[in-house]
Design a protein around this ligand. Structure first.
Ligand SMILES: Cc1ncc(COP(=O)(O)O)c(C=O)c1O
Length: 328
């Protein structure tokens, strides 16, 4: 097995906390506490990707995502921490006011380029041109893929699976299911590989916040097997090694339905736990709906809180309106 090197940026291991929800104990793996200005799950992947970029003598990190991309903001934060420049290609129109992650991108000194969906579909080509033009100016730019989800980036979650496997040794009652949000597939792909390598017993469940379960079965399968091949891990992943729970993002990636907002406001009020509207909120809702309310079988649940906190702020009025309409 060829384990790639990484630069240490994250506060890990992250703690595991328990909450009691509708009479069930739910463990929360606090990957929102990983550090570098609340980067959530992204910093684990960036530890590997940025080591590689530094080996390549990068002056500039280029990445891409949606206008409120957590990954783009995390990359900008880390770049400024390391004295590098960052360029972010964000899919969507420039809004009149910058808030949430976008405002932070600016604060961290990133150069922001807004692109249409059509341009985004050809992002590789656009980025290659940018890299070539920076080269003429004597600057080395390295591209980090969307969500940091590549055969290298997913090492962050292979390592997280190892961390979990060690942490759970002291738990008498281990989680039967571990649940995470799925956006570009890297977090789940890393966990799936790490489960095989480090003997994690729990079933792995991803809640997709965009696309379909079929899309992510393919993406996670391909990412995990590409990584296994590239780093000679000697394991083969198949689509039965994980489950994607579909149907929890019908309102669309950037939106959140009223019933989900009500749950998130309740969780904030009763547990002091903040979940974002794009990723963790939808995944947490999916988890409690599928297991607790629909009664599908489980012994104990673990939710990976992957961060995304700044996504709360562009929608904060909606969160507060939910409280105003609450009967409590
Ligand atoms: C807060 C948050 N949680 C979960 C995810 C999903 O992780 P992945 O892209 O590795 O599927 C993302 C990014 O897409 C994210 O920003």
């Amino acid at each position: 097995m060829n384990i790639p090197n990484k630069i240490e940026l994250a506060n890990i291991p992250t703690p595991i906390q328990a909450i009691f929800f509708e009479g069930f104990e739910i463990l929360i793996k606090r990957d929102d506490y990983t550090g570098i200005e609340w980067t959530g799950n992204k910093i684990r992947k960036l530890e590997y990707l940025i080591f590689d970029a530094l080996q390549k003598k990068a002056d500039v990190l280029i990445t891409c995502g949606g206008v409120q991309s957590n990954h783009a903001r995390a990359t900008a934060a880390v770049a400024s921490r390391l004295g590098l420049k960052s360029i972010l290609y964000l899919r969507g129109k420039e809004p009149k006011t910058y808030d949430g992650n976008l405002a932070l991108d600016k604060l961290f000194g990133a150069e922001i380029r807004f692109v249409t969906q059509e341009e985004y579909d050809n992002i590789q080509e656009i980025v290659e041109k940018e890299i070539a033009s920076l080269k003429k100016k004597g600057l080395k730019a390295v591209f980090i893929p969307e969500g940091g989800s590549s055969a290298l980036g997913i090492w962050g979650y292979i390592e997280c699976a190892q961390e979990l496997s060690k942490q759970l040794k002291s738990f008498k009652n281990k989680p039967s299911h571990i649940i995470t949000a799925v956006g570009s597939g890297g977090t789940l792909a890393g966990l799936v590989l790490g489960k095989k390598l480090y003997g994690l017993k729990s079933n792995l469940i991803g809640v997709n916040v965009l696309k379909t379960s079929g899309d992510f079965e393919k993406i996670v399968y391909e990412l995990a097997n590409e990584c296994s091949k590239k780093y000679r891990l000697g394991v083969k992943v198949n689509t039965k090694d994980f489950t994607i729970l579909d149907g929890y993002s019908k309102e669309g990636y950037e939106n959140i339905s009223k019933d989900k907002l009500e749950l998130l406001a309740f969780i904030a009020q009763d547990y002091g736990l903040l979940l974002d509207p794009v990723y963790t909120g939808k995944a947490f809702f999916g988890m409690v709906d599928y297991f607790v309310y629909q009664g599908n079988e489980f012994n104990k649940l673990m939710f990976i809180h992957t961060g995304g906190i700044f996504g709360v702020f562009p929608k904060i009025k909606k969160y507060l309106d939910t409280l105003e309409n609450s009967v409590f």
